[in-house]
Ligand binder design. Sequence first.
Ligand SMILES: [Zn+2]
Length: 280
Amino acid sequence: MIDEASCYSNESKYSINTHRHLKHTQFEKSSTMKHCFLFVALVFLGCASCDTTANPESKKTPKLFEGDMALTPEQLNMLFSKTRNGVKDTRLRWPGAKVYFWFDSRIPENHRNLVINALVHIQTYTCVRFYQGANPNNEYILVTNNNAGCYSYIGYLRTAGQQLNLGPGCMYRGIIIHEFLHALGFYHEQSTYDRDTYVTINWKNIQSGYEYAFDKYTNQQVNNFGVPYDYASIMHYGPYAFSSNGKPTITAKLSGGDQMGQREGLTYSDATKINRMYNC
Ligand SMILES: [Zn+2]
């Protein structure tokens, strides 16, 4: 099991001012950006069938891929067989860009508010909408806080309670956004097929046994949605992720690498990819 919190230990060091960053990326000048409502579209559906008393400790912690992604057997097969698409698979997208979630009863009010704040941030810049409860098919994300790090499954799994865990050290807006982007259907930025043009993976500095966390996917598996590589993506690892010796595991080849690992908020690229994935 990987202590995901350690993967984020450099986040404050590499965090950036969100407003400055958005300005820098001309977020507000985009003619394609939807003018989303700022209200909290968290509709309480009165989900009678939701498991409000779920005991997260009783759940078997899934084997994590790249530190914080829980993959279904089908997704694991997809990645290793290289015969099927990853996030290109439209079945992994939440229908109508409507994402349903529910809090495990153990999550305290202040942490729920942090999660909601993070979801409002996503809603502000994308067409995705979050609803507290279950959809008509009783499908939803179950937000838990067991002591096993920060992780999420990839995309929409059509299950009653696909787990998204926010354990100790995970209750920060950027980390919450990161995990929910996994749940929307995104892998890590530096895993994409053209990443070697932009970063060098320093294999000798990676903790033994965690080299797999730096695997990359083919363009048959992941889709960049026409968006250039983004060092500042909230889905990018920090430069010291899984370092065994305090030296960087990821080095940027071009300018902008100082923004790797930021966990303040979505970049323009992140939001664009979400909106293109969800056709809005
Ligand atoms: Zn992740």
